[in-house]
Design a binder for this molecule. Structure first.
Ligand code: GLN
Length: 446
């Protein structure tokens, strides 16, 4: 009731929720109380949360921020949603997002932009901007997000919350609407690393229905929260500390790293020489995969269908033309081009090779350090509309986050102070399956 009340009174000004499921949440809360009374409660039983509107929810509209799916009611729960339901977490509703998770500001959403709670003239980041804003405004204690190129970490940074993208394959993609399948990964967003660890305990785990799910033993992500940082080796990638980072962001990041020194960590320089190629490689790989994934939205099987189609071709053309927004169309066209005969080797294959080089850079860096740190985003939250006419400048918002997705590594963003009253995020990158360590490193700072 507390959180539903906050949503009702405050979300009008933020637009962080697309759908509110109050009745269901209250029913689930009563059920959680009963479970607790029977002594069957887990650590999150009865703790409400919100799901990004990219996760299918049985009987509840799932729009993925698009007109294409505005009337879509999923007939089943995503793997992630099932897990939280089984843990007894009432779902408050579904959070706003960039259309099909393509964006860095939440401005591509069919439902209109989300406002940043720290300054409602500014963006919350994206694509999980609704989840980040809702957590920041304490409309929910936590929310799920997804991160294909930075969509958990960048909005977490811009809204001053904690978010984690686990190692690729840790979190089930079953029922999570696909954007770029080899990069997409769900993860938790909350007020602290400790909360993220509790959420990760529920969220992570093998799912045989997702062909890239990793079959590894369940792990307690809270296990290393209290591990001292003495002797921790932190690597600062030279390439992340050059031009392009706003001075206020650089100052906050430096100060946070100074805190880590005080906590006993050893700080060294590392190099990720190919990281400058991550944005161009991503903008071949992600659109290529999206053009293939989004082919299913054809006006026939489900989702938006145009009025009075003349024939089959007209049905396809108009349903897709009217159902998708401009950014999604741009990606489908770029991706289709990069995959066409004659261009495949020059673009897609080349981008895949660059991707391997980027992963190799990290492998080498992790021979010398335990954690890599740097900024999450080059700037604090920008103004609504500031970058909407310039896709490339929007794409550069993810300059520090994308390499992590290309390599499949775990990454976090944690609040690290302010610049001109706006939150700054510190990014923590770990080696594969090192989430528990990463969460501990974040928790010790918090
Ligand atoms: N901003 C990036 C994009 O537009 C990343 C999005 C994401 O991680 N889903 O593709």
């Amino acid at each position: 009731e507390h959180f539903l009340g906050r949503i009702e009174s405050l979300d009008g000004g933020l637009n962080s929720f697309v759908t509110i499921t109050g009745e269901q949440a209250l029913a689930a809360a009563r059920e959680a109380d009963a479970r607790r009374a029977r002594g069957e409660a887990g650590p999150l039983t009865g703790v409400p949360m919100a799901h990004k509107d990219i996760f299918c929810t049985d009987g509840v509209r799932t729009t993925c921020g698009s007109k294409m799916l505005d009337n879509f009611i999923a007939p089943y729960d995503a793997g992630v949603v099932e897990r939280f339901r089984a843990a007894g977490c009432p779902m408050l509703g579904k959070t706003n997002m960039d259309e099909f998770a393509m964006g860095s500001s939440n401005e591509t959403s069919f439902h209109g932009p989300v406002k940043n709670p720290w300054d409602t003239g500014r963006v919350p980041g994206g694509s999980s901007g609704g989840s980040a804003a809702a957590v920041a405004a304490r409309l929910t204690p936590s929310a799920t997000g997804t991160d294909t190129g930075g969509s958990i970490r960048q909005p977490a940074s811009l809204c001053g919350v904690t978010g984690m993208k686990p190692t690729y394959g840790r979190v089930s993609r079953w029922g999570m609407i696909a954007f770029a399948s080899s990069l997409d990964q769900g993860g938790p967003m909350a007020a602290s690393a400790e909360d993220c660890a509790l959420l990760a305990n529920v969220m992570c785990g093998f799912d045989g229905r997702d062909s890239t799910s990793i079959e590894c033993a369940d792990e307690d992500f809270t296990a290393r929260l209290d591990e001292p940082l003495k002797g921790l080796r932190i690597g600062l990638p030279r390439e992340f500390f050059g031009d392009g980072m706003a001075p206020g962001v650089a100052a906050a990041v430096d100060e946070a790293i100074g805190e880590y020194r005080k906590l006993g960590a050893e700080v060294k320089d590392v190099t990720l020489p190919n990281s400058g190629l991550s944005v161009p490689a991503y903008y071949v790989v992600a659109p290529a995969e999206c053009s293939s994934n989004l082919a299913r939205f054809d006006g026939v099987r489900y989702g938006y269908r145009c009025e009075n189609p003349k024939d089959l071709m007209d049905l396809y053309t108009r349903s897709r033309g009217e159902g998708f927004g401009a950014e999604v169309k741009r990606r489908i066209m770029v991706g289709t081009y990069a995959l066409s005969a004659g261009y495949f080797d020059a673009y897609y294959l080349k981008a895949q090779k660059v991707r391997r080089l980027i992963a190799e850079d990290f492998r080498k860096a992790f021979e010398d350090v335990d954690v890599i740190m740097g900024p999450t985003s080059p700037t604090t939250a920008f103004r609504l509309g500031e970058k909407t006419d310039d896709p490339v400048s929007m794409y550069l918002s993810d300059i520090y986050t994308i390499a992590v997705n290309l390599a499949g590594l775990p990454g976090m963003s944690i609040p690290a102070g302010f610049s001109d009253g706006l939150p700054v995020g510190l990014q923590l990158i770990g080696n594969y399956f090192e989430e528990a360590r990463l969460l501990g490193v974040a928790h010790q700072y918090q």
